[in-house]
Design a protein around this ligand. Structure first.
Ligand code: GLN
Length: 527
């Protein structure tokens, strides 16, 4: 197993996750198998209880792990599926060490950050790195991204553990990539001082970068690279310019042009191989049409819906259709704002804020034949809207939203799990799909597996009446309703699961492909 460690300098938000995923892609294009680990130095055990407005989307893995959104980037770029072991947080490390201490595993020793916490970190990294891939083999290379910025108190034990690993491994078994900011002054000249300082901070911790990836608005000139190379003792070839890209999938191509793949394969003493460029072809397929989709949500921040945005993009590329997103504030919007869009999407969410607006948007889509896709809470609101406005159950709603007729509820068998935090229905679940339904036609299969993250379900008491009135539950997982759709020419489909979590550029998610296609056709008809 070889390791590529990615650290960050100067500040967060430089796109370290995308850089990490892109490096993996370069290796994958050369036929190397890759896995990836994200270290998050916060004390939370996982991202499950964290507010998405602060930290961005909570990504869900097949095993139900609620993790940092960077794992979503790894899965999308690398076509791999990871597990909870691949997201190491300070909380998890300490929890495990404290449990061991209570069990008496340390035999009377004074339990300390070094060696007990650092040993635990190394074990977590090795364990995640050696987790079998889908075909049962282990990866050739494991990428390890250290969250936060070098110099943060929180990341110290992790960087110390990496320093130790570096000493324990052979030289060609670990490469250190430092991603840093290279700002420009008012004259547009690139400044290397912040990079020099952050490399100094890294050195003080006993780590020396092999590669420096400089993030800047425009490409770095050779003079800047030379300067970084001289001051930071990194060969000039290993100073890589990563200018801000228009689309995240352009980043691997840019790093490829900068020669990063050669540098990394040499450092790790991997055989030089020709790159397969098929992936680049897929992610840069030409657009021949363009659509606008309204996403009706209560969060104004796009980071909350990264997987949805990417899934729309994947479907769009497959169909050569550029997807533009119009963010609609569920609490304040006017119906006119929906008049010029080609489709309406209601995403997942929690709590009561914005519910009435989502119901209004769904009613508008249903009554005007505008293609509609509902996801998780979007599925639940679609069911409630139908009950209110078609069945005339004016107080229909979810137990989560307060009083009323609970068409969405906690099922009797779930009543003991009202504790928040780790009590939701999470991760993969097999769904039976009715042959001939819209969802069946999209997947071409009677059994599908998708990821979940929710607590409430369609109340079985009302299923018959709802179906008789025309909203069909075409996908089910035992007594749990997973998909609803309305027959007819216009696309009206919602899923209790989150298909976006499994979408990648090479395998766009079927419900998204169906939706984007319907929006595109709808636009053509309007013309
Ligand atoms: N709040 C809803 C539930 O818990 C939907 C969750 C979601 O959209 N992820 O069931």
């Amino acid at each position: 197993m070889k390791y590529i460690i990615v650290t960050g300098g100067v500040m967060s938000g430089l796109g370290k996750g995308i850089t990490t995923a892109s490096i993996g892609r370069l290796l994958k294009n050369r036929g190397y198998s890759v896995t990836a680990v994200k270290i998050d130095p916060y004390l939370n055990i996982d991202a499950g209880t964290m507010n998405p407005a602060q930290h961005g989307e909570v990504f869900v893995l097949k095993d139900g792990g609620e993790v940092d959104l960077d794992l979503g980037n790894y899965e999308r770029f690398l076509d791999i599926s990871l597990t909870s072991d691949h997201n190491i947080t300070t909380g998890r490390v300490y929890q495990s060490v404290i449990e061991k201490e209570r069990r008496g595993d340390y035999l009377g020793a004074t339990v300390q950050i070094i060696p007990h916490i650092t040993n635990e970190i190394k074990e977590c990294i090795r364990n995640a790195a050696s987790n079998p891939l889908e075909d049962g083999s282990t990866a050739d290379v494991c990428l390890v991204e250290v969250g936060g910025t070098v110099g943060d108190i929180e990341s110290m034990p992790f960087l110390e553990a990496i320093r130790q690993m570096h000493g324990e491994l052979a030289q060609d078994e670990m490469a250190l990539v430092h991603v840093t900011l290279v700002p420009a002054d008012t004259m547009g000249d690139h400044k290397t001082k912040p990079t020099q300082h952050s490399v100094k901070a890294l050195r003080e911790l006993g780590l020396h970068p092999d590669v420096i990836v400089g993030r800047s608005e425009i490409v770095m000139d050779p003079g800047t690279k030379r300067k970084i190379s001289e001051f930071c003792d990194v060969s000039q070839r290993a100073v890589i310019s990563a200018a801000t890209a228009g689309d995240i999938y352009e980043v691997p191509m840019e790093l490829e042009r900068e020669g990063l793949a050669d540098v990394v394969t040499e450092l790790l003493d991997l055989e030089k191989r020709e790159a397969d460029n098929e992936w680049y072809r897929i992610v840069s397929r030409e657009y021949t049409s363009r659509i606008t989709i309204a996403i009706v949500s209560k969060y104004g921040i796009e980071d909350v819906y990264i997987s949805i945005k990417e899934a729309l993009k994947h479907a769009g590329r497959r169909l050569s259709t550029e997807v533009r997103i119009k963010w609609i504030d569920a609490e304040t919007f006017e119906l006119q704002e929906l008049e010029d869009v080609d489709g309406i999407l209601v995403p997942g969410g929690f709590g009561t804020r914005g519910i009435e607006g989502k119901l209004r948007a769904i009613k508008y889509a249903r009554e005007n034949g505008v293609p509609f896709l509902g996801l998780c809470l979007g599925f639940q609101t679609a069911v409630a809207e139908f009950c209110r406005n078609v069945l005339g159950w004016t107080d229909a709603g979810s137990e989560e939203w307060g009083e009323g007729k609970h068409v969405i509820a906690i099922l009797p068998e779930q009543e003991d799990v009202l504790n928040l935090g780790g009590t939701m229905r999470l991760g993969d679940c097999e769904i039976d799909v009715i042959a001939g339904s819209r969802i069946y036609n999209l997947y071409g299969s009677k059994k599908i597996v998708e990821r979940h993250r929710h607590r409430y379900e369609v109340n079985p008491e009302y299923i018959d009446e709802i179906e008789k009135a025309g909203l069909k539950f075409s996908g089910r997982c035992r007594n749990r309703m997973e998909v609803c759709e309305i027959d007819g020419d216009s696309f009206f489909l919602a899923t209790q699961f989150h298909p976006e979590f499994k979408s990648t550029p090479t395998r766009p998610s079927p419900p998204y492909v169906g939706f984007v296609e319907a929006c595109r056709d709808n636009r053509r008809e309007k013309k």
